[in-house]
Design a protein around this ligand. Sequence first.
Ligand SMILES: Cc1cc2nc3c(=O)[nH]c(=O)nc-3n(C[C@H](O)[C@H](O)[C@H](O)COP(=O)(O)OP(=O)(O)OC[C@H]3O[C@@H](n4cnc5c(N)ncnc54)[C@H](O)[C@@H]3O)c2cc1C
Length: 454
Amino acid sequence: MNAREADVIVVGAGLSGLIAAREVLRAGREPLVLEANDRVGGRILTEEPVPDVFLELGAQWIGDTHHRMEALASELGIGLYQQLEDGDTSYEFGGRILRGEAFHSAYADEVAQVERVLRTLDAMAESVDVAAPWAAPRADEWDRISVGQWYDQQGLSAVGRELLEICTVGILAVPTVEVSLLGLLVNVVTCGVTADLLSESEGGAQTKRFVGGTGQIPQRLADELGERVVLESPVLTIDVGDGVVTVGCRGGLVAKGKQVIVALAPTLAGRIMYDPPLPGVRDQLTQRLPQASAHKSFVLYDEPFWRDEGLNAQLISDAGPARMSNDSCMPEGDGGPGIILAFLEGENARVQGRWPDEQRQAALRDELVRHFGPRAAKPELIVEGAWVERQWTRGCYNANPGPCGWIHFGASLAEPIGPIKWAATETALAWSGYMEGAVDAGQRAAREVLADLG
Ligand SMILES: Cc1cc2nc3c(=O)[nH]c(=O)nc-3n(C[C@H](O)[C@H](O)[C@H](O)COP(=O)(O)OP(=O)(O)OC[C@H]3O[C@@H](n4cnc5c(N)ncnc54)[C@H](O)[C@@H]3O)c2cc1C
């Protein structure tokens, strides 16, 4: 039997687990990180299919208020570059394609309706405390209804309702009927998502990227931890004894520590066997926090031809298969290919995402031609990332509770159970669901174990 010992065992070498382990080490305690996969980074995954062309199959952007991530990048010596937004967005509704201003004037009423709904959400969110959403004065009412049901009651026209659906699914990656209204309000508070819903980039989550790829961040953190990170060690069991936590992995590794940080999305954390068993409420929580459904398709061309036409590579479409896209090129001035990133989210990830590659990619090409012209018909390469198929993630971008999730189970999301502490972005109070949240949660879990270790 292969055995290791440490003060704190960390389960998962995603960003949250790595940050937690580094905080523990910096405080003079020994961490040991057990990772199921053959790489670190989890939902961060950069591929380089062509030299110096970095495709973010996982997390790609940070926003202007992601201060923890900006500080981390600067500390690790990783530069940032601005997401290009200049140019017109192309909109497709009811078979009609309109660019920029033409869409905004043809559908001025619909855009105004959506704006009104977003401002209503902002006002409602003011009474929600992210540390205790279930205690909001109207929590009970808001958690018993889905976002989709509530949207249906807002007096929107068919196009206004569809526009709001597309933009919301662009953030949550699940149909709005699956998410509790209180859950969306929590997102509004922790992430200010209404700023992102209509692609107002200021205050949004997608303004900057990492030069050389996001994947450098977990890799450099893991380098700092050295042999304290053990790959290909899926954790199967966590046994809590008297002052000792024993963590068993597939493959036979057994790690003993005083504390354990489980830095996994809740649904994956629920697949570990705990002894003694976890309280029922915690297990029921993990049964009710499914990972969302998103699929990224990068379409590479010889150059960013759309810029010559005054377009910004962004589309919003009621037809699909991608409901949204954007410009995913390397920093301006670096040359390199033109890259459009098409998003299949929610039902599109579940339906078209499962089509045979050839069928889906042909449909994607047709869609891009409709929006960006005939040059879009001949990409040099298409690279796609289907996260549902990845055993150690099983969906993305993160988890969203359905109705009654928060009021009945929310309190157990990050509540420690003796020496077991919970990290991962889903447990964050700031920017939950994003890398910023993963850092926030990792730091909080580290503080909790360090406090217990005295
Ligand atoms: C396609 C996609 C796009 C995204 N875009 C953005 C973006 O632009 N900006 C942004 O901020 N965020 C984005 N995100 C979200 C961001 O990636 C996550 O919020 C963040 O990386 C989560 O980190 P984590 O450490 O909490 O979880 P994870 O990254 O999921 O880490 C968990 C780790 O645990 C491992 N693991 C699982 N089960 C076990 C087990 N039993 N034993 C041991 N190890 C296990 C996994 O392999 C993984 O390494 C995106 C995510 C995806 C997938």
